[in-house]
Design a protein. Structure first.
Lengths: 355, 319
């Protein structure tokens, strides 16, 4: 186990730069999730960490050693691939013991290592099967077993759950998190699914277009997104954004689309009339007499909560209620954002404006 | 949209009963039978019939211009005591074994090479196919000229380099002649092996190599433990075909040596042609050809077991 330092790493393919100077400190034993939309460079960064891609500039160190020019096999890392990359012609046991075999380990050493990992992952009854004879979730576990057998300093996961169905994904999510709690190995996990990121990470790194948008614990990112991108990316259903102007003369408020008045706890200094984006999470709406008028378009009950799509000042917003309301399309209701939980972003730069 | 949804629904006619014609039209078995007919016709008229006729002729004393009568296995009894026939069997086995082994080794090497990333990859891949697309007789003539007793470019070059003083009698010496025809066959057969194996190589997922890299495999270990085992099914196919083509080879030999010198390069196919068509002994020639069948069946049996789905290929689909 050891820490990982990513310092000002850049990556170009020909003249095309995909990573524009990324720095991420990763502590020993930390579970870090790199999350972002496809094409943001998160997988490339992971592959650079693994040694499968060259580093154009900057440094990556594992422990206190810069590994830029260290062979992948000498970096002491293990990776779980999106398609698992299990060797189809080898049994589960052979798949898991392959790295030990290449290292020249003795037969007993290999089988004890494989058995230990198989026990951790409940794979013991499957050791003689071939990958084709396994279900998706089982293959996923074999791929993790192959990583565990090597007892590496760092685990790398490249979207390991995207090939599984929704139910299995939730189960494997918990399993991976539990595994990390037991083994305490430094882990870097790449995903495009913000829910995976939120549920598993000690630290989330939100990436977008080759830069780091924000780094922090899941709740930090949720409660205080640094910019509009992070605000919109983290959370489901996504945060509602309403364009308008800040009113700071007198009591602070926000003038939304078509003059809708929205509450604001405090306005930033010298911001009277400043164009801004007003962000409010769906669960931070309440129904109140002094709320903004909204016309209901669609009501989607999920059982535990109800999602209500409505129009405020002509703009569509979504609100989530845990209590049950008798709404039907066309109803007029009054939605009031909780002013203490409202986010304000700069309209052009997208940066967070309120404290 | 609202207008469309609000239109009153018009009552539709009842679904009609299925007629006999509908039954025939929708019956997949009936349709399958008709689709199978043309292929079956081709196979019967162009493969099964000639094969059966050939075997029948081998049991007769047919000559060119004479229909011949059934004589049982007399032709085969003659062949049993015919030393030239046994020489041709030996030649065929030698030719097939050496040429196939070298074609496999060279083809696999080329395939691995062409699978690497390199400049002009597509062009190089196309170039490899050239020996395969040149008509056999044409390349055989070229080789004939290359190995000519007087004008051989090889002899000429070696003489000018001062390595030899006299021309090498490539096609006149029995050992040299065998080497030359085997060489020509390898030259012609390598592209088929190389391109087919290349296709096989491209089905191996790149992520397997990445996983192996992280597992600490060297280039050789990746070939030994991943590429080769994953390639075995396609190797079985390509080598079966290669062996069948080589065993039944006729054109190259006939154009280069006609079986000479002193029958040293006579294969069963060329001997059969010589006895049946040149000498007119159709029955005897057919018997030589028919004698190839057990060998070919043996080759097919080997590949049959080689082609059996391996244990790791069984079970659920990988996707």
């Amino acid at each position: 186990m050891s820490s990982v330092q990513i310092r000002d790493v850049r990556k170009s393919f020909g003249n095309f730069e995909v990573l524009h100077g990324v720095s991420i400190p990763i502590e020993d034993g930390e579970f870090v999730v790199l999350v972002g939309p496809s094409g943001c460079g998160k997988s490339t960064l992971l592959r650079m960490l693994a040694g499968l891609e060259n580093i154009t500039s900057g440094t990556i160190s594992i422990g206190d050693k810069v590994v830029n020019n260290v062979q992948p096999k000498e970096r002491d890392i293990a990776m779980v691939f999106q398609n698992y990359a299990l060797y189809p012609h080898m049994t589960v046991a052979d798949n898991m013991g392959f790295s030990l075999k290449l290292r020249g380990a003795k037969a007993e050493e290999i089988s004890s290592g494989v058995n230990r990992a198989a026990e951790i992952l409940a794979l013991t009854p499957l050791l003689d099967r071939y990958p084709r004879q396994l279900s998706g979730g089982q293959r996923q576990r074999v791929a993790m077993g192959r990583a565990i057998v090597r007892d590496p300093q760092v685990f790398l996961f490249d979207e390991p759950l995207s090939n599984l169905d929704a139910k299995l994904r939730v189960a494997m999510r918990t399993e991976i998190k539990e595994l990390h709690q037991r083994l305490k190995t430094t882990t870097v996990y790449v995903t495009h699914d913000q829910i995976e990121a939120m549920t598993m990470a000690d630290k989330i790194v939100v990436m977008h277009d080759g830069i780091v948008e924000q780094m922090g614990t899941p709740l930090e990112l949720y409660d205080r997104p640094a910019n509009q991108f992070v605000a919109g990316f983290i959370g489901s259903p996504a945060m509602n954004f309403l364009k308008g102007k800040v009113k700071s003369n007198g009591s602070a408020s926000f003038e939304g689309p078509n003059g809708v008045k929205l509450p604001l706890q405090s306005a930033p200094a010298n911001s009277e009339g400043q164009p801004a984006v007003y962000g409010v999470r769906p669960e931070h709406f309440t129904i109140a007499d002094d709320g903004a008028e909204a016309e209901i378009i669609v009501v989607e009950p999920t059982g535990s909560e109800t999602q209500v799509f409505a129009k405020i000042g002509g703009e569509q917003v979504v609100a989530v209620f845990r209590e049950r309301h008798e709404f039907s399309p066309g109803d007029k209701i009054r939605l009031k954002p909780d002013p203490s939980l409202v986010h304000l972003f700069d309209e052009t730069t997208g940066k967070r404006l309120n404290g | 949209m609202a207008d469309i949804a609000l239109q009153p629904r018009v009552a539709k006619p009842q679904i009609r009963e299925a007629t006999r014609w509908d039954l025939i039209r929708t019956n997949k078995n009936w349709l399958g039978f008709w689709f199978m007919m043309p292929a079956m016709g081709f196979l019967i008229f162009f493969l099964a019939y000639p094969l059966g006729l050939g075997i029948w002729i081998s049991f007769t004393d047919a000559k060119i211009g004479r229909p011949g009568a059934f004589i049982g296995i007399e032709n085969y009894e003659w062949l049993r005591d015919d030393s030239i026939f046994w020489l041709s069997v030996f030649n065929t086995l030698l030719y097939t074994f050496i040429a196939s082994a070298i074609k496999f080794a060279v083809g696999l090497y080329l395939a691995l090479l062409l699978n690497e990333n390199m400049p002009f990859k597509a062009m190089l891949r196309a170039l490899v196919l050239i020996p395969f697309i040149v008509p056999t007789v044409l390349s055989a003539l070229a080789f004939w000229w290359i190995f000519d007793a007087q004008f051989s470019i090889i002899s000429w070059s070696l003489k000018h380099l001062g390595l030899i003083t006299q021309n090498i009698n490539f096609l006149g010496d029995s050992t040299w002649a065998r080497i030359c025809v085997i060489f020509a066959n390898i030259w012609r057969g390598v592209p088929f092996v190389a391109i087919t194996l290349l296709a096989g190589l491209q089905t191996v997922q790149p992520s397997l190599y990445e996983a192996a890299t992280l597992d600490g495999a060297s280039k050789w270990e990746m070939f030994r433990y991943i590429t080769y085992p994953l390639l075995t099914p396609i190797i079985a196919v390509v080598m079966t075909f290669s062996v069948l083509f080589t065993f039944t080879d006729f054109q190259l030999i006939w154009a280069m040596t006609r079986g000479g010198p002193v029958n040293a390069t006579h294969l069963m196919a060329t001997l059969s042609y010589q006895r049946a068509i040149i000498a007119g002994q159709l029955g005897e020639g057919a018997a030589i050809s028919s004698a190839m069948i057990p060998f070919l069946l043996a080759a097919i049996m080997v590949s049959w077991f080689g082609l059996q789905r391996r244990k790791w290929q069984q079970g659920e689909n990988n996707d």
